[in-house]
Design a protein around this ligand. Structure first.
Ligand code: SF4
Length: 224
């Protein structure tokens, strides 16, 4: 009898290590919660709640203003919840209501000068994260950006991620127009080639592509 076959292997000291996918999600969750608590700690001293912070940050790069329904969808909250926060921000003089440039009958919400100042200070409150990322080697930053982009693409295709104003979902995005080059993609709005490292996740000029085109772009991006 082969005695070796009767021996049982000792338990590996790593057998309880969670799967890599679990550890990646854990890492992302921890980073997100550290960033959120950094911004919220600052905002609490200004008398703001988390939704109000998110609204100020969302409006910061949208100088033309946005509608209430857009904010609710962007933040993944109900229109009633967004409306309460906007009423409060308006009363504090941080948001103003004006005409929507695309439809004069609709109301667009914009930051006031004070709103812009506060949104900039909220952003600065997490500058430690920007510093940490910039200290990573350029190749690591590149790989991290591409990996996060791929993950966002997967989540978007499973409809578990709210709409974002990313190049990949934009009607001006021409994927792989310049194959085999450093900048294989193209933005037809400014008529210029786009490298992967310059792809935007929140572009003010974004105009949504048809859903089928966006899905195809996400899928093709994985293979470019
Ligand atoms: S308009 Fe903005 S989001 Fe659209 S492709 Fe050009 S850079 Fe990207």
């Amino acid at each position: 009898m082969n005695t070796a076959s009767m021996e049982t292997n000792p338990p590996s000291p790593w057998q309880d290590t969670p799967a890599k996918s679990e550890r990646i999600v854990c890492a992302i969750t921890r980073i997100a919660s550290v960033l959120r608590s950094g911004a919220w700690q600052f905002a609490t001293t200004e008398g703001l709640n988390p939704t109000q912070v998110d609204i100020l940050e969302a409006l910061r790069s949208r100088k033309d203003g946005v509608r209430l329904s857009w904010i609710a969808q962007y933040l993944g909250v109900t229109a009633a919840s967004a409306s309460d926060s906007i009423t409060s921000l308006t009363a504090k003089g941080l948001i103003e209501k004006g005409r929507d440039s695309a439809d004069g009958r609709a109301v667009a919400l914009r930051l006031t000068g004070s709103g812009h100042d506060l949104a900039a200070r909220i952003s600065n409150s997490v500058s430690f994260a920007h510093d940490a990322v910039s200290e990573l080697p350029p190749s690591t930053q590149e790989a991290l950006f591409e990996s996060l982009l791929a993950l966002i693409g997967k989540l978007q295709q499973s409809e578990r991620f709210p709409e974002i104003r990313a190049c990949v979902t934009c009607k001006y995005f021409a994927i792989n127009r310049h194959p085999g080059t450093e900048a294989p993609h193209h933005c037809t709005l400014v008529n210029a080639p786009l490298s992967v490292s310059l792809l935007r996740l929140d572009c003010p000029e974004h105009d949504p592509a048809q859903t089928a085109v966006a899905v195809q772009n996400w899928q093709e991006l994985e293979s470019v």
